[in-house]
Design a protein around this ligand. Structure first.
Ligand code: DC
Length: 225
């Protein structure tokens, strides 16, 4: 069986993280959450007091960062220079900072290089915004996973509410739309759907249905490639 490169791109909240983890588990592939890599840069910049608008300082920071994904029995961990940052990179403050540092060309160049190194042997699922367009334009399987902003906003709203947060549905949907605009309109590697990507709209689908469709496509390619 051929070990492939699987690219999953799409806006935030479409289910990319959940599905890449499930796919990696089913296929025994490595899961590379590229958003977590940009989040790790933001975390390290904050930790070291690096100005997020100083491209040279960010480039120097990236050259000293070792980002690793470790699969544990109870889930995946993200390690930065030996520190477990899995929870620390998910705070709203780091999300905001990540949107800024990920727009910096030097940061993108450093992360793309690491992603290519991690993925080039195949047997990987990479999820992000520019995997099929920039990181691995020749990936054997490309998915573009989306859902309406209203559906993604509602999912996020339910998630936050379950965690006990006081949130407003309309406000959450507006935040999702603002992130879409930022991801799609930035100058460097904006979120785009490539012509050869298989588009899946998860608005009315369950996770299992999407998983099933993705697995079917990948298994066919594994045999035919
Ligand atoms: O998928 P996520 O929410 O963890 O992504 C965090 C941020 O990183 C988000 O602002 C988009 C950005 N990102 C990116 O620019 N390129 C990627 N390949 C992945 C994420």
């Amino acid at each position: 069986m051929n070990k492939l490169i699987v690219a999953i791109d799409g806006p935030s909240g479409a289910g990319k993280s959940t599905l890449s983890k499930l796919l990696a588990k089913h296929l025994d592939y490595l899961n590379i959450d590229t958003g977590a890599m940009y989040r790790s840069v933001a975390w390290a910049a904050r930790q070291q007091g690096v100005d997020p608008d100083d491209e040279e300082a960010l480039a120097a920071l990236c050259s000293q960062l070792e980002i690793e994904f470790i699969r544990m029995a109870d889930g995946e961990r993200v390690m930065v220079n030996g520190h477990d940052v899995s929870s620390a990179i998910r705070t709203p403050e780091i999300s905001l900072l990540t949107a800024r540092v990920s727009a910096c060309p030097a940061v993108r160049a450093a992360m793309v290089e690491q992603q290519r190194r991690l993925g080039r042997a195949g047997g990987v699922v990479l999820e992000g915004r520019d995997i099929g367009s920039v990181v691995f334009p020749h990936a054997e399987v490309k998915f573009y996973l989306s859902a309406t902003a209203a559906a993604r906003g509602r999912r996020r709203f339910e998630e936050l509410r379950q965690k006990g947060a006081q949130v407003d549905l309309e406000q959450t949907i507006r935040e999702v739309e603002a992130r879409d605009a930022a991801d799609m309109q930035r100058t460097h590697a904006p979120l785009v759907q490539t012509a050869d990507a298989i588009a899946i709209d998860s608005t009315k689908m369950t996770i299992d249905e999407v998983l099933e469709q993705m697995l079917r496509t990948i298994r066919q390619k594994e045999v035919n490639n």
